[in-house]
Write a new protein. Structure first.
Length: 331
């Protein structure tokens, strides 16, 4: 039932960072080692969770992450939603005056963040979505992460699924960083496009193979931790939390039934899209007499990862239902 869920740990805040860490490389620049861990502050996590009310089963909410990287750990201290973005096109307000007032407020917030330099310490992006949405595994998201890393910034993608968290009672929070192979490919591909604007898919496929992207992948997952201080722990201990429903209750609920239907439809839709994409790619290679193997593009690799995770999630849900049915039958 919980196959694929990350093990998110709660850790206490560390001692204040000393000034010595900033004097190590003061003459040139700071070299960022590959990230191995992401630590998000508790206020940032609660702010991230508040965006779940704007996400639906078929639409996502995104934005930027602010923080800093210390060693191989990326610290996330604030989350900023995409200004002016709406969670669902069907929920757009018809009141023009209210929309103008909201847009004006967004502009003031944007200007305030710019003056305080809070818009320049970007360490990545976040997406709040369900397993039925493909936004975390889109080419646009991967390119934005690569561009951020190439510009010398920390680069991490934080994915929060409020549906799995709410339905199953376990936090679903994952973090991904671009692989070294994909960053190498992005740098070389940019240079190739600048020098040769007519470079096609064959050259891109050659670069992908040369950079070992099919072997290493586009994104790699890193560990996530939630940082809390003593005062926050004290406040949390005073909150009465209702006990979680049993697995049997969850699996036989109407919400879970609707969720399974939506997930299955998403898998079928993604399979159909992937089949059409591979068919067009094979036909194009035969027409141009290219020796490029299929399923080697960045979009195809990301689509395969998304399909694999959706299939594993659906299989875990089915296994849970079969286990509960077997126990009830034995009883």
């Amino acid at each position: 039932m919980f196959h694929g869920f990350p093990q998110v740990q709660v850790v206490s805040d560390d001692a204040p960072t000393g000034e010595s860490i900033f004097a190590k490389d003061s003459d040139s620049h700071v070299e960022l080692p590959p990230a191995k861990k992401v630590r998000i502050s508790f206020p940032a996590l609660t702010h991230l969770g508040s965006f779940s009310q704007d996400a639906t089963c078929h639409s996502a909410v995104g934005g930027r992450l602010c923080g800093v990287q210390q060693g191989d750990t990326i610290l996330i201290t604030s989350v900023l939603p995409s200004l002016g973005a709406s969670g669902d096109a069907e929920d757009e307000r018809d009141d023009t005056a209210e929309s103008k007032q909201q847009q004006k407020m967004y502009e003031k917030v944007k200007e305030m963040l710019r003056k305080e330099c809070l818009d320049s310490y970007s360490v990545g992006y976040f997406i709040v979505s369900s397993a039925c949405v493909n936004d975390p595994y889109s080419v646009v998201t991967a390119d934005r992460l690569a561009n951020l890393a190439i510009d010398g910034h920390p680069s991490v993608l934080l994915v929060y699924d409020p549906f799995r968290t709410g339905l199953m009672g376990k936090l679903y929070l994952r973090a991904f960083v671009p692989t070294d192979a994909f960053l190498d490919f992005s740098r070389k591909n940019k240079k190739t496009k600048k020098t040769d604007k007519k470079s096609g898919m064959q050259e891109e496929a050659r670069l992908l193979r040369a950079c070992s992207v099919p072997k290493q992948g586009v994104l790699r997952e890193v560990k996530v931790e939630v940082e809390v201080d003593a005062y926050q722990l004290f406040c949390l201990n005073g909150i009465d939390i209702a006990p979680l429903p049993s697995n049997s209750t969850v699996h036989h609920s109407d919400s879970m039934a609707d969720y399974k239907v939506a997930l299955l439809e998403s898998v079928q839709r993604n399979l159909s899209d992937l089949e059409g994409k591979l068919s067009r790619e094979t036909s194009r290679n035969q027409r141009d007499e290219n020796n490029v193997p299929p399923a080697r593009g960045v979009d195809t690799m990301l689509a395969l990862v998304q399909l694999r995770e959706q299939a594993q999630h659906l299989e875990a849900l089915c296994d849970g239902t079969l286990l509960i049915s077997s126990l009830l039958r034995d009883l």
